[in-house]
Design a protein around this ligand. Sequence first.
Ligand code: ATP
Ligand code: MG
Length: 421
Amino acid sequence: MKFQAPRGTYDILPEDQAYWRFVTEMTRQVCELYGYERIDVPVFEQTGLFERGVGETTDIVEKEMYTFRDRSDERMTLRPEFTAGICRAYAERKLHGRPQPLRLYTIGPAFRYERPQAGRYRQFYQVDVEVLGSQDPAIDLEVMQVAWQIYEAVGIKGLSFQVNSTGCPACRPGYIATLKAWYEQHLDGICDDCRRRYGENPLRLLDCKRESCGKIAEGAPRIAKSLCGACNDHFVQLRSYLDALGRPYEVNHRMVRGLDYYTKTVFEVWAEGIGAQNAVCGGGRYDGLIGMVGGPETPAIGFASGIERIILTMKQEGIEPPEVPKPAVFVAYLGAEAKDAAVVLAQELRSAGVGAAALWEDRSLKAQMKQADRIGAAYTLIIGEEEVKNGVVMVRRMADSTQTALPRWEVLDAVKGGGTA
Ligand code: ATP
Ligand code: MG
């Protein structure tokens, strides 16, 4: 019997870990720099949470969720994103009772049944950042800056923001009416999906990925002209902050969320040259969502970024992450008695915080030295029968191949601080 990893999943092999370690570590550092606290929510939740929280008419809920019945016949879904779970926690754990706004971040896997391709998987990893309890446009900017600074910290260049406003329950219905009236003349030119959207969720006509639909959408009336005073002021203020910071951005009037509880700001960060999947992150304001999942009405904004796409972009730009630290010391031995001594010595070093590796396979000295080279050890400690008898250890400094016999008790001090671990 041979098994395969499920379609759309992959293994992060040891040689790929340097990227993952670097991206998650930089994320943690940047989030802490901005005062964001880590939260972790379950990998699966009640299906209804995502149906409400992500929206029945989204691609995610319509066709991408991994939903199953558990052994007590409850409908459960592997999280396709983090926002709904975090809002559930906010309401359920009464996080609204804490000083607001609450700044949160998390990192972990998400699941969507999609057609796998470069940068698109069925199990993928997201960095997710949310601020709950503020409607100040300076918070919108701050959240966007967190994303930007994470990409900067890993060395990605050539990024730009796409921004738009999706209005609010006060001004969006008027815009939707305008949009529908305009689309009445274009129903023949759009795809079947779009004809369905026309009835169910007209805003989503604008972000159809089909080229022919996209061309039509380009000519559609723009929401910017329909925004109410409050939404317009918010958007103007956000853009003036972006101008002040000199961030490259483009107002993308086709970027919409198409759900009532998404409000005002929406944004993405695009990287050049990662193909059709050029969005490294997507986010926006969702002032109506927390109320929808059982919490008090609370304005909020967040974004999620796919770690695979960050790494893909890094690789395209030739960015190499720092190496994962390796043991500083390799312990080599010859003979049974020397092995006993080597086992004890290696453990003493590790207990003292000095990384130590060994083969333990009774191999030739040559094979052991080769392994020491391979891991890039700063020192190789060699113990043979002679050394055991004299209570010494041969200390070989790999950088210049010098070798000194040191008394056993001096070895730890001699190798301390000699390597990366
Ligand atoms: P797309 O238009 O690429 O499908 P989306 O609008 O579905 O993106 P969001 O739900 O906003 O994406 O998720 C935020 C980010 O998560 C995306 O910008 C992307 O970096 C990443 N992402 C989304 N789906 C996948 C996936 N299937 N595999 C890998 N990364 C993904
Ligand atoms: Mg998608």
